[in-house]
Design a binder for this molecule. Structure first.
Ligand SMILES: Cc1ncc(COP(=O)(O)O)c(C=O)c1O
Ligand SMILES: N[C@@H](CCCC[NH3+])C(=O)O
Length: 437
């Protein structure tokens, strides 16, 4: 994960975050006003930023006629999905739950792609019944399961085979997905035989191939390698008489930290054009992070300050269950004080931690937040992707609110999910007797 060098700097590429009368605002809404309305911690997303990112990416890839399917896992709030659906996005999903969300958000079934390595029979059946546009199959066993479900339903399943091209995405080891030892996809040398076998099955409509090499990719070279390998594979398949109409290029485009620019969209689009652009393929990309990360913040309150060894602790009301990327991937999110930073005689080192009983409930050390006081609000930037979507109720903590901001208005799109409500839902069942002892 890239580490931010200058967390106080407001990025010039983020016009939706600015200081208004000294208070950090998202679009035209000061973050302390949202805090007063919903309490802290909370997530807030700028609709303007979501739209900006969607339009910038679709325009960049438009010359190559690429369909954009938002990876729902990055931010699965139905209201966020509805914004993308209204802009014309398709969706990339990985579970029955995500399918329900994508459909509820208004995405046409035919524009939904079902990815993922372990789809259940029930999920496959509902995908077929709903008429999803494409099921990306990740193993011969899963291909059999899809064929069996299609046969039972009397339908023809539109499938693509997900290829593992053995390419290192040069990202964090935990989010690289296409090295030889990865659980994802089917080894590239196994594809020709499997493709031919699948194409011969009447209950399958083999539309083409898919690939996804990892996430938070900043160096575009691995994309070039993977997509070139896909182009060569498709040429071989066609030479062997197979029909390959579609290629799903996956997601993975990374965002930069506050310190520097992210990958260049024009370069990304150029690589698509140079590798697979002139093969008469219907192309798709599945971006998640790039479309929504920079549109969102997590706002946390400083609860206590405490002397520490080397750095003082600021104990926040947000924790690893709200934003787990630092604990999981050592990710470092830029942090900005919502108020103007207070000058301090020497800029203190502050370690931002949460209340959860784990030492890894630690957001990292920040050198220049100024003098903090209890009650201050801090904004964790780049939190619009894999923030709320990955949150949990660990330590029986409530799921926190999410807020959508547009211009000078905001609306709550997820209320605080109280553990008390969850308790009511977890009514104990009777023990089942499973056999004689
Ligand atoms: C199959 C697939 N598509 C798309 C994505 C979205 O990735 P990102 O958010 O990095 O664009 C992922 C997540 O890594 C994925 O597994
Ligand atoms: N969840 C990860 C990325 C993995 C995406 C899913 N394959 C993140 O926050 O960076």
């Amino acid at each position: 994960m890239p580490r931010s060098k200058s967390p106080l700097a407001l990025r010039p590429d983020s016009p939706w975050f600015s200081r208004r009368k000294g208070i950090l605002s998202i679009d035209d809404v000061p973050l302390d006003r949202i805090a007063a309305a919903v309490g802290t911690p909370f997530y807030a997303y700028s609709v303007t930023a979501l739209r900006h990112h969607y339009r910038a990416l679709t325009e960049a890839v438009a010359p190559h006629r690429v369909e954009v399917c938002f990876a729902v896992k990055a931010n699965s709030n139905i209201n966020v999905l509805a914004e993308f659906a209204a802009l014309g996005a398709g969706m990339d999903i990985v579970s029955g739950g995500e399918m329900a969300r994508a459909l509820a958000a208004g995405t046409p079934a035919g524009r939904i792609i079902f990815s993922g390595v372990g789809k259940s029979d029930a999920e496959i059946r509902s995908a077929l019944r709903a008429g999803l546009g494409q099921i990306n199959v990740e193993s011969p066993a899963e291909l059999d399961a899809v064929a069996a479900a299609a046969r039972a339903l009397g339908l023809r399943a539109p499938v693509a085979l997900r290829v593992n091209p053995d390419v290192d995405a040069l990202t964090h080891a935990k989010i690289t997905t296409a090295r030889k030892d990865s659980k994802f996809g089917i080894a590239i040398n196994e594809i020709p035989a499997l493709y031919a076998a699948a194409a011969a099955r009447p209950e399958l409509h083999v539309v083409g191939l898919a690939v996804h090499i990892g996430s938070q990719i900043l160096d575009l070279t691995p994309f070039r390698l993977a997509w070139s390998a896909m182009a060569a594979l498709i040429r071989d398949l066609r030479a062997a008489g197979q029909q390959v109409d579609r290629l799903d290029l996956g997601g993975g485009l990374g965002i930069a930290g506050a310190g520097g620019p992210g990958p260049d969209l024009a370069d990304y689009a150029r690589i698509i054009g140079q590798t697979v652009g002139d093969m008469g393929l219907a192309l798709t990309i599945e971006p998640g992070r790039w479309l929504c990360a920079q549109a969102g913040v997590l706002v946390a309150g400083v609860h206590y300050l405490k002397r520490g060894d080397g750095a003082d602790f600021a104990i926040l009301d947000a924790a690893m269950n709200d934003l787990m990327r630092p604990a999981l991937y050592d990710a470092h999110h830029p942090v900005t004080t919502v108020h103007e930073p207070r000058p301090a005689p020497a800029m203190p080192l502050v370690r931002l931690v949460g209340p959860v009983c784990e030492s890894s409930d630690d957001f990292g050390t920040y050198p220049d937040l100024g003098a903090l006081r209890a009650g201050d609000l801090l904004a964790f930037r780049d939190a619009g992707a894999y923030g709320a979507a990955m949150s949990s109720t660990y330590n029986s903590r409530d799921l926190i609110p999410e807020v959508l901001v547009e211009g000078d208005r905001f609306r709550v799109i997820r209320r605080r999910v109280q553990i008390r409500t969850a308790l009511r839902l977890e009514t104990p069942g009777a023990w089942q007797v499973t056999g004689a002892v």
